[in-house]
Design a protein around this ligand. Structure first.
Ligand SMILES: Cc1ncc(COP(=O)(O)O)c(C=O)c1O
Length: 389
């Protein structure tokens, strides 16, 4: 756990992105945080040290990242993990056998896999609900509910959960509100400001932004919750390595610039797709035709580069996936380069087919992660890939 420097919460977002959590290194004044490749720290005597004992507990490179992202989210404590899933797994260790968690039914496939194939065996209980509808979330909450977990926008259906309503519902049962903010990033949405207790990310995605590491991060505001997570972080040990932390930290320095371009490209491509197909097939919260566009405008400052398109059949989807030249067929998202995937067979293959069908993740649904290349080139690439469809 690392607590933010209070003064880092004052400047604007771009200034925080570049400077928060980082101070010139004391030995030579290096402006970039060094990568502290060490497992342990020499002590002057037993119990006499410089605040660092063993690197699972604390590492200065990791601390810089934790402070940086905590400041971007408007939180006070950050915890960097070895992956987004490692982060979520550690968050779930806040709970005990018998506890009930209400979870969005359209979450990243790996999230429901962790819950349904591992954590249920340890006695946690999960109910999946469509978090577009606060009433359904409220109906699912029981006296044993200890957390409401939402992704917003969701992967890959771009459903929006009303964060203020989720807060209110979770509070009725003294449950934590946990938000996966991977798609929106703190540049466009800050769940803690809506009362979320824990916000987390796969830093593998937009925060790093360069597709060159795997990581996760959690941010909280409450000191008591931070102490609990600090214990789990060290005791369970799924911590981020220093080199990955450094790569993510380099990524966050340009988060504001990249997100503006992802958003501009996302809007342009979504508008082009609507012209090309009918609007019912193009799913992007920035489109006025998105059923929750108004809510998205209320709680997000932009919409980013994630778009899903329903092409109807696997054959049509395969044709596009085979023909694209700039968009690369790959899992993951949020990097500077554009990616395309087929969620039903890739990112969400672990979701049971009946749940996929209910959510609308059909065999013809493709997901675009629009990168920051020139929008004209991306549109031209899709144009040639969609030819004849
Ligand atoms: C929304 C979301 N949350 C969490 C994860 C898991 O993160 P990681 O792959 O870093 O473990 C992913 C991965 O795709 C994701 O898309």
């Amino acid at each position: 756990m690392t607590r933010v420097f209070d003064e880092d919460l004052e400047p604007g977002f771009g200034t925080r992105a570049i400077h928060a959590g980082q101070r010139p290194e004391p030995l030579a004044g290096a402006i970039m945080t060094p990568i502290y490749l060490t497992s342990t720290y020499v002590q002057d005597g037993v119990g006499k040290n410089k605040g660092y004992e063993y690197a699972r507990g604390k590492n200065p490179t990791r601390e810089a990242l934790e402070r940086n992202v905590a400041a971007l989210e408007g939180g006070t404590h950050g915890f960097a993990f070895a992956s987004g899933m490692g982060c979520l797994d550690s968050i779930m260790k806040l709970f005990r056998a018998g506890d009930h968690i209400v979870c969005g039914e359209n979450v990243y496939g790996g999230t429901s896999r962790l819950f349904d194939r591992i954590l249920v065996n340890l006695g946690l209980r999960f109910t999946y609900v469509d978090t577009r509808y606060p009433d359904r979330v409220a109906d699912a909450v029981t006296p044993q509910t200890r957390a409401v977990l939402v992704e917003t926008p969701t992967n890959p259906m771009m459903w929006i959960a009303d964060l203020a309503a989720m807060r209110e519902i979770a509070s009725r049962s003294a449950a934590l509100l946990i938000v996966d903010n991977t798609f929106a990033t703190p540049y466009f949405q800050r769940p803690l400001e809506f009362g979320a207790d824990v916000v987390f990310h796969s830093t593998t995605k937009y925060l790093n932004g360069h597709s060159d590491m795997i990581g996760g991060i959690a941010v909280v505001r409450d000191d008591a919750l931070a102490e609990q997570l600090k214990f789990i972080h060290n005791a369970a040990g799924a911590v981020a390595g220093p080199f990955d932390a450094w790569l993510a930290l380099r990524g966050t320095k340009t988060l504001h610039l990249r997100m503006r371009q992802h958003d501009a490209n996302g809007r342009r491509i979504a508008a082009w797709l609507v012209d090309r197909f009918d609007e019912a097939r193009v799913i992007y919260p920035g489109l006025a035709s998105h059923p929750q566009h108004e809510l998205a405008c209320r709680q997000m400052k932009g919409f980013g580069g994630m778009i899903s398109v329903d092409l109807g059949t696997r054959e049509r989807a395969d044709r596009v996936l085979e023909r694209v030249k700039i968009f690369a067929l790959a899992e993951s998202l949020g990097g500077v380069e554009s990616l395309i995937c087929l969620p039903a067979a890739m990112t969400h293959a672990s979701v049971p087919p009946e749940r996929r069908a209910k959510i609308g993740i059909g065999d013809g649904l493709i997901r675009l992660s629009c990168g920051v290349e020139d929008a004209d080139d991306l549109v031209a690439d899709l144009d040639q890939a969609f030819e004849g469809l």
